[in-house]
Design a protein around this ligand. Structure first.
Ligand SMILES: Nc1ncnc2c1ncn2[C@@H]1O[C@H](COP(=O)(O)OP(=O)(O)OP(=O)(O)O)[C@@H](O)[C@H]1O
Ligand SMILES: [Mg+2]
Length: 508
């Protein structure tokens, strides 16, 4: 007796359709799974047997062979349980499902037949839809993430027993009422509620408008973390394709509670400084995406930057350059997307008070130099905006929020549109993506601005990279100021905003 149906396996951040085949024949009773099945899949034999029996079905005392095709793709994950159990019930004629080849099955079984949530449902459903499989049976616990998949008829099950009624359940997707995820995130601060810190707020606005990387350096408690987080509400919302791409990664990591799908805010990922390389860029025997991929299309925030291990930070070079990361394993190489905007924050020295007039700093010059050196040249070179913050003045602290609410969003939206329009024939959308080949073409300067640029290059001894970064930021300030060509004011704003690398030598 033979039966087959479809499930899927995650490979990198995509899913591949897998055909689950079962043959039941006379012979010594037994159960074997073939088709490059990993340990997690082989373990399903025990779960499936108990679940089938405890859900009121019977277990055929025959020779049962399960094949997962194609045979040359590594299979892993506990989500094959449901497909194997259903296929076995069809094969042993205990249930009948009309048009079974139109369904995708995925879910993990418990020993009593309950169906547990699984990782990666969203990419599985998307791939099934691509392949013309437009019905799916998945765990009820995965219901919330299915809002992003249209035109697929999804049935949610809580227990294997319910499979009996499958032919009678129609589009139970509509029956799920409360299917939005409860979010796991802290409240995003509003930039207008941040007191003082005018320059830093401007830098955050420029960073949001041109998608520039940003470093905030300042004493403890001056608002660095708050400023960094406030960028989320300034960034353009994720469009539909981006949302699906990002949500697929979150689905694979089972982190959808960290993504605000309803508001379409870009991800803001802030890993702790004790993170390992594998945690940051992705890894594992069967590689899974790391924090940089969770920050795809959003922000990677590294708070207390010097506390991160240099070895871990050095991994960021490749994704900062290529917007993706390649992880090579013996059996295959995996490419994970990592198109993130980097925002980092640090104190200027170990005690946090270097550079202030009040002599509060207790660090030696050597301590300070050693601390600042932790920010490697390669990383520093890739951060367009490097800003110094000072402690809040008493006036700012006491001012409350009487300041006029500045409409950052409107200015940013307009600057983003200007960039999209300018780069419509290129493969880029933001000023931060301008490369050496096209930067001068898209950054025409007025003659006053030309002179300032010349002085800046000479006085600040800018490297070629420094020169490009300066022009990119000036291009964004010009866009925010609605200037077609970069004017002297736009350029000065850009020069004055950069602190950490060259400000101390600045003569302008
Ligand atoms: N400029 C500000 N406006 C309003 N609140 C602020 C400001 N700066 C700090 N705060 C308040 O102080 C708290 C600490 O700020 P935040 O964590 O952003 O400081 P930080 O510069 O990151 O400090 P640390 O170096 O210790 O990490 C915030 O939760 C916020 O409530
Ligand atoms: Mg902080």
């Amino acid at each position: 007796m033979y039966a087959d149906l479809y499930s899927a396996v995650i490979s990198g951040i995509r899913a591949e359709i897998v055909r689950v085949e079962i043959d039941i024949s006379n012979g010594l009773p037994g159960f074997s799974i073939v088709g490059l099945a990993g340990k997690t899949v082989r373990e399903s034999a025990k779960r499936v047997r108990s679940a089938v029996v405890n859900s009121g079905f019977h277990w055929p005392m025959k020779k049962i062979t399960v094949n997962l095709a194609p045979g040359d793709v590594q299979k892993y994950g506990s989500h094959f349980d449901l497909a194997i159990a259903v296929c076995l019930l069809i094969c042993s004629k205990q249930i009948n499902i009309k048009n079974k080849s139109k369904y995708l099955f995925a879910g993990e079984l418990t020993l009593n037949g309950d169906i547990n949530r699984v990782k990666g449902i969203l990419p599985m459903l998307l791939e099934a839809k691509n392949k013309g499989i437009k019905k799916a049976v998945i765990p009820l616990e995965n219901a919330a993430e299915c809002n992003l998949v249209q035109n697929t008829e999804i049935t949610f099950l809580q227990n294997l027993k319910e499979i009996d009624n499958l032919n009678n359940i129609k589009g139970s997707k509509t029956k799920i009422k409360n299917n939005t995820l409860r979010l796991n995130r802290n409240k995003i601060p509003d930039i207008n509620s941040i007191r003082g810190q005018k320059t830093a707020k401007k830098a955050v606005m420029i960073a949001a408008a041109g998608r520039h990387n940003l470093l905030l350096v300042g004493p403890p408690g001056c608002g660095k973390t708050m400023l960094a987080h406030s960028i989320v509400k300034l960034l353009p919302l994720l469009n539909k394709e981006e949302l699906i791409e990002v949500a697929s990664i979150y689905s694979i990591k089972d982190k959808l509670r960290d993504l605000d799908i309803n508001n379409r805010y870009r991800p803001f990922v802030a890993p702790h400084h004790s993170i390992t390389s594998a945690g940051l860029i992705g890894g594992g025997k069967i590689p899974v995406p790391g924090e940089i991929s969770l920050a795809h299309k959003g922000v990677l925030f590294l708070d207390e930057l010097p506390e991160f291990k240099n070895k871990v930070l050095s991994n960021l070079r490749e994704p900062l350059e290529n917007k993706k990361i390649k992880i090579v394993r013996q059996q295959a190489s995996f490419i994970f997307p990592a198109d993130f905007q980097l925002i980092t924050a640090m104190n200027p020295c170990p005690c946090g008070y270097a550079g202030l007039d009040d002599n509060r700093c207790s660090c030696s010059e050597r301590d300070i130099a050693r601390y600042q050196k932790k920010l490697s040249g390669a990383l520093k070179d890739r951060i367009d905006l490097q800003i110094e913050l000072l402690p809040l003045k008493s006036d700012d602290i006491l001012k409350k929020n009487t300041e006029q609410q500045y409409n950052y969003l409107k200015k940013i939206e307009q600057a983003v549109l200007a960039q999209k329009d300018r780069y419509k024939d290129l493969n880029i959308s933001y000023n931060s993506q301008l490369s050496i080949e096209n930067i001068e073409k898209f950054c025409p300067l007025d003659s006053d601005a030309e002179n300032i640029l010349k002085q800046a290059v000479e006085n600040l001894q800018l490297s070629m990279r420094g020169y490009i970064r300066l022009l990119r930021v000036a291009r964004t300030t010009a866009d925010l100021n609605k200037n077609k060509n970069i004017k002297s004011n736009d350029l000065l704003e850009a020069v004055n905003l950069r602190w950490y690398a060259e400000k101390s030598e600045m003569l302008l």
